[in-house]
Design a protein around this ligand. Structure first.
Ligand code: PRT
Ligand code: ZN
Length: 283
């Protein structure tokens, strides 16, 4: 079978998490900062390290079969690619932001105003949908300083913590889109067996990330109350302990309701709760 190529960001916010994800999928490769291409020794795959802006087109044109990139970049480049898997990292929102002291109170107030952005395509579509006519000023970076320099009345930029807006005297005003890193593929590879294998490995790593392996001890008379709180992948394992009347329960619980569940378990009589990370969950 032909060797696949996957394009990931060479350096920047998505590089480290993309490399970590692929390594957690059991792929062996060198991550030399100087190389543009790195072969995987134990899977028919090559990794291309690129600027994120180039990834969607490389995938669309079939130069790479797969890519990991932010949805914001895919939508801005308007490429024809398949979304194969959301990856849960690189989360951010594209927002319109305005100076703290300003007279912009509603979207309609953006009519006739200048908005600086590096995302003219996405912003243009958003404004069109909202029936707003603004002057979109496309700039290549440091968007957040443009209102202070008198170059625009507002900006449209990616926000994660909001710290950059704050330190530039700006406040978020409208959400344009939310984004995260996604695995994309060229239209021709969707049904390829190796691609499906890779997607399954990625899903098992993502599932594992969302869950914890929990071991706890409980007296038998409290077991039912504790089990009622534990969904488990199928059902929790209950193992007798050397001490009479005690059992150990092993299970997997979702990270999102982790702390709630832990305090409920303690109230129900669980003791010696050990929580462990999981590497992979293969269903
Ligand atoms: O060199 P290359 O072209 O590959 O990288 P790049 O400089 O274009 O992109 P990079 O590495 O900055 O971001 C890559 C991807 O990370 C983006 O396309 C998004 O999908 C995602 N991402 C997640 C972000 C952010 N969070 C983010 N906060 N990209 C940029 N920012 C910037 C934002 O533009 C602003 O300047 O961070 C600043 C705001 O951050 P906060 O935390 O202060 O709100
Ligand atoms: Zn870029």
């Amino acid at each position: 079978m032909k060797t696949l190529k996957i394009a990931i960001q060479k350096s920047g916010r998505l590089n480290e998490k993309s490399v970590e994800l692929l390594k957690n999928c059991g792929l062996n490769f060198e991550n030399y900062k100087s190389s543009l291409i790195s072969p995987v020794s134990n899977f028919p795959l090559e990794i291309l390290f690129l600027r994120d802006d180039d990834i969607p087109e490389y995938v669309q044109d079939g130069i790479a079969d797969l890519g990991i990139v932010g949805e914001n970049v895919i939508q801005e480049t308007e490429v024809e690619v398949s979304y194969l898997q959301r990856l849960g990292f690189g989360k951010c929102s594209l927002k319109i932001a305005v100076p703290n002291n300003n007279d912009i109170a509603s979207l309609a107030d953006l009519n006739g105003k200048a908005i600086a952005t590096t995302y003219p395509v996405i912003l243009g579509k958003f404004l069109k949908k909202e029936g707003i006519q603004s002057d979109i000023r496309t700039i290549s970076g440091s968007v957040e300083i443009s209102p202070g320099l008198g170059l625009s009345d507002a900006i449209c930029d990616l926000v994660s913590t909001g710290g950059t807006l704050k330190s530039n005297g700006l406040k978020p005003f409208a959400d344009v889109m939310s984004s995260e890193a996604v695995l994309i593929g060229s239209k021709s590879v969707e049904n390829n067996d190796l691609v499906q294998e890779l997607i399954q490995r990625i899903q098992s790593v993502l599932r594992a990330k969302e869950t914890k392996y929990v071991v706890l001890n409980v007296q038998k008379y409290n077991l039912d109350a504790v089990l009622a709180l534990l969904p488990g992948v199928k059902s929790p394992s209950v193992i007798p302990l050397a001490e009479d009347n005690w059992v150990a329960v092993h299970t997997v619980i979702p990270e999102r309701d982790f702390w709630d569940r832990i305090s409920q378990l303690k109230q129900a009589g669980a003791q010696g709760i050990v929580v462990m990370p999981i590497e992979k969950i293969i269903l």
